[in-house]
Design a binder for this molecule. Structure first.
Ligand SMILES: Nc1ncnc2c1ncn2[C@@H]1O[C@H](COP(=O)(O)OP(=O)(O)OP(=O)(O)O)[C@@H](O)[C@H]1O
Length: 263
């Protein structure tokens, strides 16, 4: 489904600040795989997701989504295949627009835009049903501006928007890190349900080792721009946080961030 063939990414090439953030990374994901990605600060996790999303061009290597070579495709074009949710609840939605307007825009993603983008009663009914399912009381707030919602409510809506058109690939970049623990848990639960219901192929970065073990069918650990651990299935299911820390040390991993240890 997603195939990454030997990609590397350098920032500030040829300067004293040159940083090789990804080093010849390869990865093959099957349809429906839910991969959690962990690693210390600066390990290259966001760079990996940004490379897939086309935020910047990679130095070398190839990226395929469903056998389509997207390596040179613009971020905008790639967005037709990809749903994304970021750490910052302010990203991904238009704060000044109403909840229903945001959802209508998400529902039209990839379709031809017209100046009149009003939506039908059927669309409205679908939005309301989906919001009711979130159990956050958002079904009564369709006419409210997104900016008036809490961070957790916003992230839940961003998640809904990112998955409304069933993307081939869902990229989650620490999408619960800015939320309080209770809300983060709720949004993770929603993530789990939406991913399972739609069979979405998903890559989720988390700093929380327990969450990395609890969610998904496969786990990647990155360090210094390389994948240093790749476990799935039964091997992942029986893994504990201690095993993960051991594996990190034995793989020659660098510094483990406090956030990883504390979580
Ligand atoms: N846009 C950019 N411009 C310059 N350097 C960058 C950019 N993005 C990432 N880097 C650098 O690349 C390296 C990898 O960063 P990246 O954000 O991918 O790590 P990460 O694993 O997501 O870390 P964190 O958990 O701290 O967010 C770091 O040294 C970072 O400073």
């Amino acid at each position: 489904m997603l195939k990454i063939d030997g990609i590397s990414k350098t920032f500030y090439a040829g300067t004293v600040n040159e940083k090789l953030a990804l080093k010849n990374v390869s990865l093959a994901m099957k349809t429906g795989d839910f991969i959690t990605v962990i690693g210390g600060n600066g390990a290259g996790k966001s760079t990996l997701l940004n490379s897939i999303a086309g935020v910047f061009k990679v130095d070398c290597g190839k990226i395929y989504i469903d056998d389509i070579d997207v390596t040179s495709m613009s971020e905008h074009k790639r967005a037709a295949y990809i749903g994304r949710v970021f750490q910052d609840p302010m990203l991904g939605t238009a704060a000044d627009m109403m909840v229903e307007e945001n959802l209508a825009i998400a529902a039209r993603r990839g379709k031809k835009l017209s100046l009149r983008w009003s939506f039908s009663e059927a669309d409205f009914g679908e939005f309301k049903a989906k919001l009711t399912k979130l159990a956050l009381g958002l079904e009564d707030r369709l006419k409210n501006r997104i900016g008036t919602l809490s961070g957790g409510q916003r992230q839940a809506i961003t998640l809904l928007m990112a998955t409304l058109r069933k993307p081939k690939l869902l990229l989650l970049d620490e999408h619960t890190a800015a939320l309080d623990p209770k809300t983060a848990e709720k949004v993770l639960e929603l993530t789990q349900n939406i991913v399972a219901e739609n069979g979405l192929t998903t890559l989720m970065i988390t700093h929380n080792m327990r969450d990395a073990l609890r969610f998904g069918n496969r786990l990647l650990m990155l360090d210094d721009g390389k994948i240093i651990l790749d476990i799935h299935g039964a091997e992942k299911a029986k893994m504990t946080v201690h095993d993960l820390l051991d594996a990190f040390e034995h793989s020659g991993g660098g510094d483990i961030s406090d956030r990883m240890l504390l979580s």
